[in-house]
Design a protein around this ligand. Structure first.
Ligand code: NAD
Length: 271
């Protein structure tokens, strides 16, 4: 029996940032099918968020679309207030929103640097802080979960694999790794679990150029020992497990969901 048919998140309330597309949409869907009520945060694509809400409702789940810019404090605060007013509290926060603005280092503008840090790192801070405050206000609701709350930070294999031409993005994800671990250390005694998921190459809009043509996909597969590009559902399944009590003793850990990309595949033949 799959974890979604077991409804391992029954009755819990989840918020997924950047939830209207790609990985976030797959996580929102998977969590809803596992029994959670899911708030789908979107930045601007209201119709995509609304159609995901409709899809989840049609499948018997419950969801809500909320516009917010995760890099803006007032916007994040208003989003959490909406979730808490609607469902009483929050149990799971998936900080998934992220952007890339790539440039060779010499040409990278301060704006490109700041934009990426603002969403990928400050956005994580603002959302995690709001979530921790709510988890502590409410405490453990043992009928729902062993933990007072669960935070999942969406990182990347580029939190440990350097990435030329993407210095702002790699710096944001590398920073996120220590953000996640330090926060996990700080709140573990309060029964809050904080973990990261670091996807490898997943077929979504953020990296379309890397898989769109057969040539690009063949080149990408050279970096993936498991020899397939990831699907957003691969991340959705991992997120459900990390949010559920099945992973209750796990905190401060990163789950690399990458088909082996972090195994240094070039060393299979050489080194
Ligand atoms: P995506 O572009 O579909 O998703 C990013 C989402 O974040 C979008 O819905 C976008 O609207 C939203 N967003 C951007 N700025 C925002 C803001 N200021 N406020 C709220 N939402 C905002 O791409 P994706 O691949 O699904 O990316 C999701 C996460 O996964 C990102 O953090 C990304 O860095 C990470 N990731 C993706 C891959 C991959 O291969 N696709 C690999 C590693 C990590």
């Amino acid at each position: 029996m799959s974890q979604t048919s077991l409804k391992v998140l029954q009755g819990q309330r989840a918020l997924v940032t950047g939830g209207s597309s790609g990985i976030g949409a797959a996580i929102a869907h998977a969590m809803a099918m596992a029994g959670a009520k899911v708030a789908i945060n979107y930045l601007s694509d209201n119709s995509a968020a609304q159609s995901l809400v409709n899809e989840i409702s049609a499948a018997g789940g419950e969801a809500l679309a909320i516009q917010a810019d995760v890099s803006q404090e007032s916007s994040v605060e208003a989003m959490f207030q909406t979730v808490i007013e609607t469902w009483g509290s929050l149990d799971i926060m998936v900080a998934n929103a992220g952007i890339q603005q790539d440039a060779p280092f010499m040409e990278m503008t301060l704006e490109q640097w700041n934009n990426v840090l603002a969403v990928n790192l400050t956005g994580q801070f603002l959302c995690a802080r709001a979530a921790v405050r709510e988890f502590l206000r409410r405490g453990v609701a043992s009928e729902l979960s062993c933990a007072a709350g669960k935070i999942i930070c969406m990182s990347s294999v580029h939190d440990i694999i350097p990435w030329a031409g993407h210095v702002n993005y790699a710096a944001s994800k590398g920073g996120l790794l220590m953000f996640m671990k330090s926060l996990a250390q700080e709140v573990a005694h309060q029964k809050i679990r904080v973990n990261g998921i670091s996807p490898g190459a997943i077929r979504t809009p953020i990296n379309r150029a890397a898989w769109e043509t057969p040539e690009a996909e063949a080149e990408l597969l050279e970096l993936i020992p498991y020899k397939r590009v990831g699907d957003p559902v691969d991340i959705g399944r991992a997120a459900v497990w990390l949010a559920s009590d099945a992973s209750d003793y796990i905190t401060g850990t990163t789950l690399y969901v990458d088909g082996g990309m972090t195994l240094y595949p070039g060393f299979r033949e050489g080194g």
